[in-house]
Design a binder for this molecule. Structure first.
Ligand code: ZN
Ligand code: ZN
Length: 243
């Protein structure tokens, strides 16, 4: 299977190694036709990209588009779910310019009174095994509310570090035309989630979640899951169609 786009890569704007330009050069080397720079939303604990830095990143992408016309360079964001109401950290500037809105459910976000129940539930559930069912239900509802509020293209690494009801989530994704990610950083651990989600007819996007330019376009773990589970090309958004 040939994958032509990597929509989820990070740079030194957050905590990753490498510049935007280095990611683009790696993507060209990997024969990709599209690359997305999807930096962490401002409320990511310690590594979130500020509103001002998103403006700089956008300017940099605009000039790199001129320098590398052979590849499509997307200004994406990996925003955070902030609370169970489905609010996310999407700065207005980014909302106006963004090519693809990615949403991740990260347990490490800047604490606030609104995020408190969500953060606490997940801490108790993950570390002490408490409130497991309730946490899974609320987590899933939070993501579904966000998908209804915002035009989200992709849910990144669903179920990673936080519990979600995969079937419910995949059903809502199929309804709202939101893709679920096959995240190549997490490998075979995510096979079960992909297996459950595929039965709901959801679309997938395979991405590297690169934190180093060398990882851009590194899809081998995702491709082995796709092969093992016999997922058809038609379900993979970033797979090359033979015409
Ligand atoms: Zn993430
Ligand atoms: Zn990421």
């Amino acid at each position: 299977m040939n994958l032509y786009a990597d929509y989820h890569t990070h740079t030194s704007y957050s905590h990753a190694k490498g510049t935007v330009e280095e990611n683009i050069q790696s993507a060209i080397k990997a024969n990709l036709k599209e690359i997305g720079i999807a930096e962490h939303g401002p409320q990511t604990l310690f590594v979130g990209v500020s509103n001002k830095k998103f403006e700089n990143l956008y300017d940099e992408i605009i000039s790199l588009r001129d320098k590398y016309p052979e590849i499509k360079i997307l200004f994406n964001i990996e925003a955070n779910l902030l609370d169970y109401e489905g609010n996310i950290d999407l700065p207005p500037f980014v909302e106006n310019k963004v090519d693809m809105l990615l949403l991740g459910f990260h347990p490490n976000i800047v604490p606030s009174s609104k995020s408190f129940p969500m953060v606490t539930n997940n801490l108790l559930s993950r570390n002490l095994g408490l409130r497991k069912e309730r946490t899974r239900w609320y987590n899933t509802q939070g993501l579904i509310k966000a998908m209804k509020k915002y035009d989200i293209s992709l849910i990144t690494h669903p179920g990673h570090k936080v519990d979600v009801d995969t079937k419910q989530l995949a059903k809502a994704c199929a309804e709202t035309n939101t893709a679920l990610e096959i995240n190549c950083k997490h490998g075979m651990k995510i096979k079960d989630f992909v297996d459950i989600a595929k039965s709901e007819g959801v679309k997938f996007i395979v991405s590297s979640d690169a934190h180093h330019p060398n990882e851009v376009g590194e899809f081998s773990k995702g491709i082995s899951i796709i092969k093992k589970l016999n997922i058809p090309k038609s379900m993979i958004v970033n797979s090359e169609r033979s015409t």
